[in-house]
Design a binder for this molecule. Structure first.
Ligand SMILES: Cc1cc2nc3c(=O)[nH]c(=O)nc-3n(C[C@H](O)[C@H](O)[C@H](O)COP(=O)(O)O)c2cc1C
Length: 358
């Protein structure tokens, strides 16, 4: 028995496990597989157009009868600053040269847009059971419409102050994202990455500070981690890294190899790849000009210049410019179908919880 059943009641899933949304490395396939295994599947929409997000949700609805979470970013969009972009391009020029690329050739701008009125209309049309937000919440008018569409709203906090703010502003559950987590730090009331608490310290303090259920995230990758999250007072877990090597993810072959070889000390927090702090396995460019650089253009514009470099480098089977987003528990990830992995995670957690109770 799960010691806390509030999330099961809210989400109506078999297990209190949320497959983390992971923009750029997954689509409907991983959502479907995790949902078939009993988790809440999350579709990352931050890099999708409205049409693509609609198509993906329709595929999910056709293939599995389960609640679905649509995930969005809520950063404040800033225009690209041509001066900073040019300086950044110059900083990366020798890599372009090395790969025989023309730094002056036009590139597609990085595509991570915040939640907006067009996506809100899509929410009203599709009515997903859950909507989750990273980097805060959308403005009150949009949030009111999301809630009026009947969606449960969950949002990410990295410090207690953010958790309290999210509860006061309408979140139905809080994801407490510890510093171990892979991907972007969901921080929005602080910019200091050195002050970000780890999961073990953060979760009980968030649990004490809010009334809504807390979902622990960051470094949880097996039954032991899930049981620990419940011991700390969480009502569920959000797991990303552990699913990266599932066959249903869209992680490229060279990135898969890098993840399989990563050890406990392989990840760093970097702002080099996108302009915002995120945790990933250190790659060549993160090591050579980061992991943190004051020169990186604002999110998401730093990413634009990496497009051609990443494509050319991956053709050579290299991950020198690939975002290898992953958390500190990357070593615990397994190569296993996501439905099977979900059931294994839940089974191991329940066995450990019952041993602890006995
Ligand atoms: C590859 C990758 C991409 C991610 N992309 C997103 C995203 O698009 N939206 C989001 O809310 N969180 C994103 N995250 C963060 C996760 O929601 C979550 O906080 C994290 O995976 C939990 O820690 P773990 O990776 O140790 O399990 C991403 C994480 C990873 C590993």
């Amino acid at each position: 028995m799960w010691p806390d059943r509030r999330l099961l009641a809210l989400f109506k899933t078999e297990f209190p496990i949320v497959l983390a949304p992971m923009a750029g490395i997954m689509d409907a396939d991983l959502v479907i597989a995790a949902a078939q295994g009993g988790a809440l599947g999350s579709l990352p929409c931050a890099m999708l157009s409205v049409a693509k997000a609609r198509e993906q949700v329709n595929i999910i609805r056709q293939r599995v009868s389960a609640p679905v979470n649509m995930n969005f970013f809520c950063h404040k969009a800033v225009d690209a600053d041509p001066r900073r972009e040019a300086a950044w391009k110059k900083r990366l020029a020798h890599y372009y040269q090395e790969l025989g690329l023309d730094p002056a050739a036009p590139v597609n701008a990085a595509n991570r847009a915040p939640f907006d009125a067009a996506m809100c209309e899509l929410i009203e049309e599709l009515k997903p059971e859950v909507v989750s937000f990273h980097f805060g919440l959308p403005d009150q008018a949009l949030l009111t419409r999301v809630k009026a569409a009947g969606c449960m709203v969950i949002a990410n906090a990295t410090i207690v102050r953010e958790a309290i703010w999210l509860e006061e502003n309408g979140a139905d559950a809080i994801i407490a994202q510890g510093a171990e987590a892979g991907g972007h730090r969901g921080m929005f009331l602080t910019e200091n990455i050195h002050e970000q608490p780890g999961t073990f310290a953060l979760v009980p303090q968030v649990v004490d500070a809010v009334k809504v259920p807390v979902i622990a995230a960051g470094g949880i990758a097996d039954g032991r981690g899930i049981a620990a999250a419940f011991a700390l007072g969480a009502a569920g877990v959000q797991i990303g890294t552990a699913y990266l090597r599932c066959p249903e993810s869209k992680v490229t072959a060279p990135a898969r190899t890098a993840l399989a070889q990563a050890r406990d000390d392989a990840t760093v927090i970097t702002n080099v790849m996108t302009g915002r702090p995120a945790r990933g396995v250190a790659n060549r460019v993160m090591r050579e000009i980061g992991p943190v650089s004051p020169d990186a253009p604002a999110f998401p514009h730093a990413a634009t210049a990496f497009g051609p470099l990443k494509a050319a480098s991956e053709k050579l089977d290299k991950v020198d410019f690939t975002n290898l987003w992953a958390g500190q528990a990357v070593r615990l990830g397994r190569e296993m179908p996501a439905a099977e992995l979900t059931r294994a995670l839940a089974g191991a957690a329940l066995a450990r919880l019952s041993r602890m109770a006995g």
